[in-house]
Write a protein that binds this ligand. Structure first.
Ligand SMILES: NC(=O)c1ccc[n+]([C@@H]2O[C@H](COP(=O)([O-])OP(=O)(O)OC[C@H]3O[C@@H](n4cnc5c(N)ncnc54)[C@H](O)[C@@H]3O)[C@@H](O)[C@H]2O)c1
Length: 427
């Protein structure tokens, strides 16, 4: 039995006690260093720095390693961490495989570009680490399948970085819809305004000496360096992601999957336009999804329904007794022409989150999956991947949701997985 396992068991017994109660965070203030979860952060750009700050603020977490392929990002985050926590002994790494080799790390967070998420998470599972990983879950459908297989095989905990899930608003929307206030929901309209930028037509550049460009590209095809493809902008390139659509889908689809669990996806058809620069992700995309129990629409412009134009992102639920519109923080319910922000008679049936990151830490200690667990987030991520494929091919695609295969479309099927670049096929 490994030391790590012993310590985990100790944490589990020590924090959950004989009654299996959730322990209040304040108790952790007194926890000894040996009771703390030891965490490493991988990928230290915009979101990775946020991860570091979120986890640094949790009393029962110790940040022991930071990792980035860009030495400047690594140094800057190490500096911030040591300013936040004078005396912190965290070490810096340029290669996440060295982090995964560390025996005394319990969990990693992953905030690399999307094309790296799944390989790093799978290798972390294989190395016995739990993972708090950023959205979108995966680069393609096969990666989602492989992740779930590896999670189960290695008995790991995974939480997707959909932190809006933890807020009160989504909890309340789910309670109101599940209580039947607007009746049976037959249609949901999702939207996120804003176009993916084209990034112009820059020339090839020499990568900065502080950046390991080959490793940044990792499993994606090799291309020469341009700053316009790299940090932050990568999300507008199909080699790494899928534009604004892929970036925001799971934040707002989350409330739909939670409230009504769409089942039996039958077809998807997406329309849109390419950007006018080197970036090849959709500039905008609209998609129609047909499920057994739901029609679901995604648009780049707000739909023509009351309250949508005021919201940059949102979900509009249409039921047979009324409608509900929400975004991350607000909601309105309309029944018989009357609009309210809450229905106090509907009881609070969902326990509130202690915070998305604390929820993950508690899940790791209790060895139970957390609120944005892998099986759940894989289900809601998959339709996004299919819509990108439909947009690429410019046609409607029929889907067998049991077999997770396109029906009669070999070309579409070839987009369900991609070959990793040989030198970076690590699984
Ligand atoms: N949950 C949210 O609300 C939210 C918000 C923003 C971004 N994100 C997600 O966070 C991730 C990162 O986005 P970002 O905006 O911070 O991008 P970014 O480009 O600013 O940062 C990515 C970092 O990962 C590093 N990196 C690349 N490959 C690596 C590897 N193999 N090992 C270690 N480090 C590597 C890069 O050098 C860079 O520092 C994306 O998946 C994005 O979708 C989530």
């Amino acid at each position: 039995m490994s030391t790590q396992f012993n310590r985990r068991e100790f944490l589990k017994r020590g924090t959950l006690g004989a009654f299996g109660l959730t322990i209040l965070p304040s108790l952790y203030l007194k926890s000894a260093p040996s009771d703390r979860l030891r965490i490493a952060h991988i990928g230290l750009g915009g979101m990775g720095n946020q991860h570091m700050k979120w986890f640094a603020a949790l009393p029962d977490v110790e940040i022991v390693a930071l990792c980035d392929v860009d030495q400047d990002h690594l140094n800057s985050t190490l500096k911030t961490l040591k300013e936040l926590q004078p005396g912190n002994q965290a070490k810096g790494y340029g290669d996440f495989r060295h982090v995964l080799d560390l025996k005394d790390i319990d969990a990693v967070t992953i905030a690399t570009p999307d094309h790296w998420h799944a390989q790093i998470a799978m290798l972390a599972f294989q190395a016995g680490k739990d993972v708090y990983g950023e959205k979108p879950l995966s680069y393609d459908v096969k990666e989602g399948q492989m992740l779930l297989k590896n999670l189960n095989k290695h008995n790991r905990i995974f939480q997707l970085g959909t932190q809006i899930h933890a807020g009160d608003n989504y909890h309340r929307v789910v309670e109101i819809i599940q209580a039947g206030a607007i009746g049976k929901v037959h249609t949901v309209r999702l939207w996120k305004n804003g176009f993916s930028p084209g990034m112009g037509h820059p020339k090839i550049q020499t990568p900065p000496a502080t950046l390991n460009w080959d490793m940044w590209l990792g499993p994606a095809p090799y291309v020469d360096y341009m700053a316009e493809r790299c940090h932050l902008n990568y999300r507008y390139f199909l080699d790494y992601s899928g534009g604004v659509f892929a970036d925001f889908w799971c934040h707002i689809a989350d409330v739909v999957w939670w409230a009504i669990q769409p089942k039996g996806l039958k077809s998807v058809v997406a329309r849109g336009e390419k950007t006018d620069g080197i970036a090849d992700a959709p500039k905008w995309v609209d998609a129609d999804f047909e499920f057994d129990n739901l029609k679901l629409y995604w648009t780049t412009q707000p739909p023509n329904v009351p309250g949508a134009a005021d919201r940059g992102i949102g979900a509009y639920f249409e039921g047979d007794k009324g409608s509900l519109i929400c975004d991350y923080n607000t909601r309105s319910i309309t029944i018989n022409g009357e609009t309210v922000s809450d229905i106090p008679e509907i009881p609070q049936t969902l326990s509130r989150s202690p915070g998305h990151q604390q929820n993950f830490v508690n899940a790791v200690k209790a060895r139970t999956q957390g609120e944005s667990n892998l099986a759940y987030v894989r289900d809601m991520t998959l339709p996004m991947h299919l819509a990108v494929i439909s947009w690429r091919l410019g046609r409607k695609l029929n889907w067998d949701s049991e077999k997770e295969k396109f029906i009669g479309d070999k070309e579409a099927s070839s987009y369900l997985s991609r070959k990793y670049r040989k030198s970076w096929d690590l699984i």
